[in-house]
Design a protein around this ligand. Structure first.
Ligand SMILES: *Cc1c(COP(=O)(O)O)cnc(C)c1O
Length: 403
């Protein structure tokens, strides 16, 4: 049991708290599900990019899936070996591509024919041969929230099968490209196995058809997207997930790469915030807290549900309230119509499932410093990022202030 009161006293609020033992358990369960095949779990750094979190996964043997060169640099700093680092994303700049090639990472996930051209040109300039994988868009509806769906043709990710085939042929004929992998990632917070299975089949068929023209790939990269329970979702079991994927790979000698983000981190994280005031506007009850959308954006951005636990002496009956922060936006809320007892100044609210896409989506909007982050492992609590102070926020502007 995490002692939230003690943590609030020691580190103040708002505060992010990560349970590393939970994250280990998730990692081991997923890795274990793929046993019997060569596999790499490449932690999707964007879900929680704190260096200590990445380093924790590095120690478990994890690789990293990165979507900017900044994330690639984080992966290196945290001790992920170059041969387990993947660079994905629809819009890589020339500088990013150059650095990724120089750093000799496992491969660059290419998302368009135009990008393939840039990668080839830059590899040529560097007199290098760049390992690539093509992100295929299998045009399968992932049955998730439209904002986090990525595997349909009307969104920006990946390329169609026919384009992918052309790209492999071109890469295979190039002195500067080495096509080693194939990639798909159809969306996030997936709770249905069928779209994953169907995508894997489509992509595995492409692997076979490439093999028939002597283009032999080594890596089958299934992306991330495994859903977690925020409220009452029925989630996919890692074992079933692995079985479904592996079933499509019969007769193929491929290393499976999995890019889990949310699955590893979401429910290992808590956002701790303090009650400032209760307030009533007509019939509407508000609980105003010291955390805000700049700390945890998911409720505002996706109307995402997060379980809220009140730590209070209050014995009053629960009634519905909106839990809102101090930021000057009507969209600044953590929950709407959430049943809570009447709360006192300094009572604590624990916002659950905040370990993925929490801190990383934060901002300094309203000149609010980002929260501190702490990690718990066994009985040990460690500060892994200090709270941002006012001086941190103005550091890059101050020197330009006239007079
Ligand atoms: C975001 C992303 C992931 C991780 O997604 P989760 O839903 O957090 O597992 C994996 N791969 C790619 C390419 C991504 O963009």
């Amino acid at each position: 049991m995490i002692n939230f009161k003690k943590l609030a006293a020691a580190y103040k609020t708002p505060l992010y708290i990560y349970d590393l033992d939970y994250m280990t358990k998730q990692y081991e369960e997923l890795k274990e599900a793929f046993k019997g095949r060569k596999s790499i779990m490449a932690f999707a750094i964007k879900s929680n990019s704190n260096l200590s979190i990445i380093s924790h996964f590095a120690n478990l043997g994890s690789g990293a899936d990165c979507v900017s060169i900044g994330e690639v640099r984080r992966a290196f700093l945290a001790g992920i070996p170059s041969y387990k680092i993947i660079f994905s994303g629809v819009g890589k700049s020339d500088d990013e591509i150059r650095e990724a090639i120089e750093k000799d990472i496992l491969y660059i996930n290419v998302e368009s024919e135009a990008e393939l051209g840039r990668v080839e040109l830059i590899a040529k300039e560097l007199k290098a041969k760049c390992r690539i994988s093509v992100r295929v868009n299998p045009n399968i509806d992932p049955l998730t929230h439209p904002y986090i769906s990525t595997g349909l043709h009307d969104n920006k990710f990946g390329v169609e099968i026919e384009a992918a085939k052309r790209m492999y042929i071109r890469a295979n004929n190039s002195e500067h490209l080495d096509p080693v992998g194939i990639h798909f990632h159809i969306g996030s917070q997936l709770t249905e196995l069928k779209p994953i299975y169907e995508s894997a089949e489509i992509v595995a068929d492409l692997v076979r058809s490439l093999a028939s023209i002597k283009i032999e790939l080594k890596f089958f990269d299934i992306g991330g997207g495994l859903g977690v329970r925020y409220k009452d979702e029925v989630t996919i079991k890692p074992y079933d997930y692995a079985q479904a994927i592996l079933g499509t790979l019969k007769g193929l000698d491929l290393t499976v790469i999995c890019e889990p983000g949310r699955f590893l981190t979401a429910n290992g994280g808590y956002f701790l915030t303090k009650v400032l005031y209760e307030k009533q506007n007509g019939a509407k009850r508000f609980v105003v807290v010291d955390g805000a959308m700049n700390d945890l954006l998911r409720p505002s951005l996706y109307k995402a549900y997060h379980k809220i636990e009140a730590i209070t002496e209050s014995k009053t009956e629960e009634s519905e309230a909106d839990v809102v922060g101090p930021v000057c936006e009507s969209g600044d809320f953590f929950a709407k119509n959430y049943p809570l007892p009447i709360l006192e100044h300094n009572d604590l609210l624990v916002i659950h499932s905040a370990g993925a896409y929490g801190f990383g989506m934060g901002s300094n909007y309203n000149t609010r410093g980002r929260s501190a982050e702490v990690a718990i492992k066994g009985d040990e609590v460690k500060l892994i990022r200090r709270r941002e102070e006012f001086e941190d926020l103005i550091a890059l502007e101050k020197e330009f202030l006239e007079n």
